[in-house]
Structures are given as C-alpha cells and as structure tokens.
Design a protein around this ligand. Structure first.
Ligand code: F6P
Length: 349
C-alpha cells in the first residue's frame, strides 16, 4: 500500500518516532511505501508532498518536532478545501492516510472518514487532554522539562527568598501543572479546572513564611483563572489575546505575570515569574514518549492493513487499542481532580 502521513496542530516530542514507526513497519511487514505531506492539512491543500524512505526515517527516533512540519490549517475553513484534499490523495496514489494530531487535526480526519476517506488517526498533545486515550505522547516530555525548570527555579528562589510563579502550558487541562508541580514540590498548583481564590493562595504562602520558609514555587497552567469576579476581570485583561487560530482557539499565556504581581502586592513578598511556553514542546522525547509513539505508529499501520478506517489508536489500561476517531472530539479529558485533591493537602506546607 501507499501510505500518506501528516502531522497537524502544535508539535510535540514523539511525532518523529511515530513517523519512523509507520514508515519502517509498513515497509518491513507489508512492503508499503510512504508519502509525507508538508505542514499538516496544508500539504494536502497545496499538494506539497514528498517520498519518505526507510533510510531517511531510521535515525529520527530521538528528534524533537516533526520532519514533516506542521500547521493549524483547517481544510473545512478553506473554500474547496475538502475537494483539494481528495485531489492530493488521488494524485499521490495514496491508499490510506495516517493523520497524527490533536482534537483539531483529528476532527478534520473524522469528517473526512465519515465521507469515505481512508484515514486512521494517531493522537498527540503535550496537554494530555484528548479523550479516548489515557495518555498522549509528548506529555511525559513536557512534564520532565517543566520539572527540571522548577528544580532550577527553586534554588534561585531560595537564594533570594522570593516567590517564583512558573507558568506552564495546558489550555483547558491542568495535567502538566499538576504532574510537574507534584514532581517539583510546588507550594501551590493552579489549574484551569478549578477557579482559584488568590487570597487563599496568599494565605498559604504566608503560612510558609510564618513557618520559616521564605521562598515558594507556584505552578500555574496558562488556562487557570481566579474565581473572584474583580480578580477575574483584571486577570483576563492581563492574559495575552492575539487573533484566534483557524479552529477558533484563543492564544493563551500571561496569567503568571498577573499572578506574580498580585502575590507581591498582597503579601509584600518579592515575586518573579517564568513562563516556560514552547520550551515544553521542544527537544528530544523521553523514553516513555518514544515507546508510546512507536507503539502508536506500528498499530496505525496494522489498522490500515485491517481496513479499520475512521479509527484512532489509543492507550487504555496499558494496551494499545483502536477507538473511533470521533471519540477524540468529545469534551476534553480534563485533570483527574481526585489526584489534585490528594496532593492539595501539601499546599502551603
Ligand atoms: O499543543 C497544545 C498547546 O501546546 C497548548 O498548551 C498551547 O496553548 C498551544 O498549544 C500553543 O499553541 P501555539 O504554538 O500555536 O502558540
């Protein structure tokens, strides 16, 4: 068979591991050839494609990003988009498309599958919030990167007796904040799922100071917001806007600035902020992400050869399974609040 591959949406560590697994296992097991479309769905709109060889893919396992490039292009927001996608599939002789992406990329894949396009989905996002799979690759690497950053912030916070707010990614979900916050011993963790009371946060920081601990790390998700209406209004003003992407998502980032300023104003403790941003999405994948991405890639090839189009590979109870792509379009798989509450007793301690 001739396989078409694309990577769409925000990049994440492990994308190249999936590409490698698809190209090599397709070739070794079935004699497949592979074509890579450039920059997500944009490559199918523009007809930008190239042959992907086993030789080229052998050594990309450890490489961050995606050798195919990515974009947030939505063919359904472009006039004649779906027709152009179909034409690119036809002209490149593609028998099956493997779309690697998050809810937006997979949403396009689901719509195309519903109208008969032979497509299989592979889920990814550092945010770890896709329904249908217990984990997405990229998350583990993002947590590792954020934890290392927190470890570094801790020593400078201690030297200067400061509060340091560390803002991490996670648009709608506090998975990265919670895991990195626990691993980094944060004094407080603020997530999008639970509107926070800033006075209570300050109270917990005061408690630490009263107990002789004059430095604190507060980890905040980019999507976290305060509960009090006045705070909410001023926090929203501080969060950077930017124009929404082709799927209508606002650009987040900046809540940490507001938080650090307010903590300093309300407590008198000198405060600083570090926004980790795209550092969390870059670099080489952890061993966990390499393994998960490889397993997903191999399974996607199997799904293609089983003719199971319209399916997405997923991790459930440690096993690689297939679910309908449409499952990934349900409500975000937000943070397990049980996990959060289990560790919340440490905040302010
Ligand atoms: O891929 C998900 C994500 O990393 C979110 O956590 C973040 O809000 C967004 O992507 C940033 O996207 P961009 O790279 O387009 O600014």
């Amino acid at each position: 068979m001739r396989l078409g591959l694309l990577t769409g949406g925000g990049d994440c560590p492990g994308l190249n591991a999936v590409i490698r697994a698809v190209v090599i296992s397709g070739s070794v097991l079935y004699g497949d050839s592979a074509v890579g479309f450039a920059d997500g769905w944009r490559g199918l709109i523009d007809g930008t494609a190239r042959e992907l060889t086993v030789g080229e893919c052998r050594d990309i396992l450890t490489l961050g990003g995606t050798i195919l490039g990515t974009s947030r292009t939505n063919p359904f927001a472009i006039e004649g988009g779906p027709g152009r996608v179909a034409a690119a599939i036809e002209s490149n002789g593609i028998d099956a498309l493997i779309a690697i992406g998050g809810e937006d990329t997979l949403g396009v894949a689901a719509r195309l599958a519903a109208s008969g396009t032979p497509v299989v989905g592979v889920p990814k996002t550092i945010d770890n919030d896709l329904p249908g799979t217990e984990v997405t690759f990229g998350f583990d690497t993002a947590v590792q990167t954020a934890t290392e950053a927190i470890d570094r912030l801790r020593t400078t916070a201690e030297s200067h007796h400061r509060v340091i707010v560390c803002e991490v990614m996670g648009r709608n979900a506090g998975w990265i904040a919670t895991y990195a916050g626990i691993a980094g011993g944060a004094a407080d963790i603020l997530v999008p799922e639970l509107a926070f009371d800033l006075d209570e946060v300050c109270q917990r920081l005061r408690r630490r100071h009263d107990g002789g601990q004059f430095s604190s790390i507060v980890v905040v998700s980019e999507g976290a917001l305060p509960a009090a209406p006045g705070d909410l209004e001023s926090a929203r003003r501080a969060v950077s806007g930017g124009s929404p992407d082709a799927f209508g998502h606002a650009r987040l980032g900046g809540i940490g600035n507001w938080l650090a300023e307010e903590i300093e104003r309300r407590t008198g403790y000198e405060s600083r902020v570090t926004i980790l941003g795209h550092i969390q999405r870059g670099g080489t994948p952890t061993a966990y992400d390499r393994v998960l991405a490889t397993r997903f890639g191999v399974e996607a090839v199997q799904a293609v050869h089983d003719g199971e189009f319209g399916s997405m590979v997923a991790l459930q109870a440690g096993h690689i399974v297939r679910v309908p792509i449409a499952v990934a379009l349900g409500p975000s798989r937000t943070l397990d609040l049980g996990l959060y509450h289990d560790v919340a007793g440490l905040f302010g301690g």
